[in-house]
Design a protein around this ligand. Structure first.
Ligand SMILES: C[S@@+](CC[C@H](N)C(=O)[O-])C[C@H]1O[C@@H](n2cnc3c(N)ncnc32)[C@H](O)[C@@H]1O
Length: 376
C-alpha cells in the first residue's frame, strides 16, 4: 500500500513498516527533519497547491488552531482547520481508498457535534463509507504526557477503519520516584498539576513564544527543555541536533506522539483484529470519544480502558540545573493566589522560595546557588 502524508510535521503519524511516498509540510524546520527522516519521499510545501500521485492511503493531522478549546473556535470555517476539506480533495484526486486523520478532542464537541457530523457526512459522500474514530492518550503508550487526540479512519474497507478499535496492549509504566508536571503560564484556570506526567504540550503563544510545561521533582521546579518535550512525544533527539529550541518546542507541541501514530497506522498497514462491541446509539447531543459510523448511523464503541503511565521521572534530564526564574515563579504565585485554585504545598513553598530570590541571584540563572536545599 502506498501512502501520502499531509501536514507531516516531524512525522508522528507514520507507519512503522513503510515510508510515505510523498510528504507535504509548510514549515521549513519541519521540512528539514522530514527530508532526513524520509529521504526518498517527495517533499511538497503547501497542501493547497499539492498535486498528489496515485496512492492507497492519505494521512494527516490537519491544523487545529481553529478547533482547539484554547483557539478561536472558528471551527471548520477557519482558514487553517478548513484544510480538512483540502485533505479530502487530495484523497479523492489520489484515488485513495482510506484516509487517516488526527485532531484535538474538541473536534468532537465543536458546535455541539455538528462539525464532526459534517466531516463524517463529507467522507461518506466521497465514498469513504466506513468511518471509525478513537480518542487515544499518549500515556496509554508508555509516555509521561497526558495528551488525548482523536484519530479517525475513513475507508472503503470496513476492516481498515475498524482497526483503530483493536486493543492497545502496551502496558503502563509506573515510576516510584516522584516527578510532576504542570502549566507554569496558567494559574487562573488551574495549572493541571499531575503526578508522574506533564499536561499536554502546547505549540506556544500566538506570537511564537514557546510555552513548555514545568516539571517539579525534589527541590527543583523548572521548565521542561525542548529535548525533553520531544522525548515526551516519543522522539529521540538525534534527528533534531541542529534545530533551534524554539522550533523544537513548536514541533513537539504540534506532533502526534510517535507510538500513538504508529499504533493507528499499523492497524491499516499491517492488518489487525478489531475488538469492539456495538453498545448503543449515541444521542444527537454528544459525539462519543470512541465511535463508528458505517453508514447505518453512529454507534459508540466501548474500548477496554488502558492503564496510564506515570513515568515522568524516567524522562527527566538531571543535568539541567536552571530553575524557574524569580519573575516566572512570582507571576505564577500571584495568579494562584488570585484564583484560589488548589496547588500542592510543596510546589507553593518552592515558588515562594524562587520568587523571593534577589535580582542578583536571579541573574545567576543556572548556578548551583539557586538550588533550594531541604534546609533552606
Ligand atoms: C497539527 S500539525 C501536524 C503534526 C504532525 N502530524 C506530526 O506528527 O508532527 C499540522 C502541521 O500542518 C502544517 N501546515 C499548516 N498549513 C499547511 C499547508 N498549507 N500545507 C502544508 N502543511 C501545512 C503545519 O506547519 C504543522 O506542522
Amino acid at each position: 500500500m502506498r501512502y501520502i502524508s499531509l501536514f507531516s510535521g516531524i512525522g508522528g503519524l507514520e507507519s512503522s513498516s513503510q515510508t510515505p511516498h510523498a510528504v507535504c509540510e509548510i514549515d521549513p524546520w519541519c521540512q528539514k527533519v522530514l527530508s532526513r527522516k524520509f529521504p526518498e519521499a517527495e517533499l511538497s510545501k503547501d497542501v493547497r497547491s499539492f498535486i498528489p500521485p496515485a496512492v492507497d492511503v492519505v494521512v494527516g493531522g490537519w491544523p487545529c488552531q481553529d478547533i482547539s478549546a484554547a483557539g478561536l473556535r472558528k471551527g471548520l470555517a477557519g482558514e487553517r482547520s478548513g484544510l480538512f476539506f483540502r485533505m479530502l480533495d487530495v484523497a479523492i484526486e489520489a484515488g485513495a481508498h482510506t484516509i487517516v486523520a488526527e485532531n484535538v478532542p474538541n473536534l468532537l464537541r465543536l458546535e455541539g457535534g455538528r462539525a464532526f457530523r459534517l466531516i463524517v457526512t463529507a467522507l461518506q459522500q466521497a465514498g469513504f463509507t466506513y468511518v471509525a474514530w478513537r480518542t487515544l492518550n499518549a500515556r496509554e503508550f508508555a509516555l509521561p504526557q497526558n495528551r488525548n487526540r482523536v484519530f479517525l479512519i475513513a475507508s472503503r474497507f470496513r476492516e481498515l477503519s475498524s482497526s483503530v478499535h483493536r486493543p492497545v496492549n502496551v502496558g503502563a509504566v509506573i515510576s516510584s520516584a516522584g516527578a510532576s508536571g504542570f502549566y507554569w503560564t496558567a494559574g487562573l484556570q488551574g495549572i493541571c498539576y499531575s503526578d508522574g506526567c506533564v499536561p499536554a504540550l502546547k505549540v506556544g503563544s500566538s506570537i511564537g513564544v514557546p510555552s513548555p510545561p514545568a516539571i517539579h521533582y525534589g527541590d527543583m521546579v523548572r521548565k521542561a527543555s525542548a529535548n525533553e518535550c520531544l522525548a515526551f512525544q516519543g522522539f529521540s533527539v538525534e534527528g533534531f541536533l541542529d534545530i533551534p529550541d524554539k522550533a523544537k518546542f513548536a514541533m513537539a507541541g504540534n506532533a502526534v506522539a510517535l507510538p500513538v501514530g504508529r499504533f493507528v497506522m499499523d492497524g491499516v498497514f499491517k492488518g489487525s483484529t478489531p475488538d469492539f462491541t456495538f453498545t448503543d446509539l449515541f444521542s444527537s447531543a454528544a459525539i462519543p470519544r470512541d465511535g463508528i459510523d458505517f453508514g447505518e448511523g453512529p454507534f459508540s464503541v466501548a474500548n477496554r480502558k488502558s492503564e496510564l503511565s506515570s513515568n515522568l521521572a524516567e524522562f527527566i534530564d538531571r543535568s539541567i540545573t536552571q530553575p524557574l526564574s524569580r519573575r516566572a515563579a512570582g507571576g505564577l504565585l500571584s495568579r494562584l493566589e488570585r484564583s484560589g485554585k488548589p496547588c500542592p504545598s510543596a510546589l507553593l513553598e518552592q515558588l515562594r522560595y524562587l520568587s523571593a530570590l534577589g535580582e542578583t541571584a536571579d541573574s545567576s540563572y543556572g548556578s548551583e546557588a539557586l538550588f533550594r536545599s531541604s534546609t533552606v
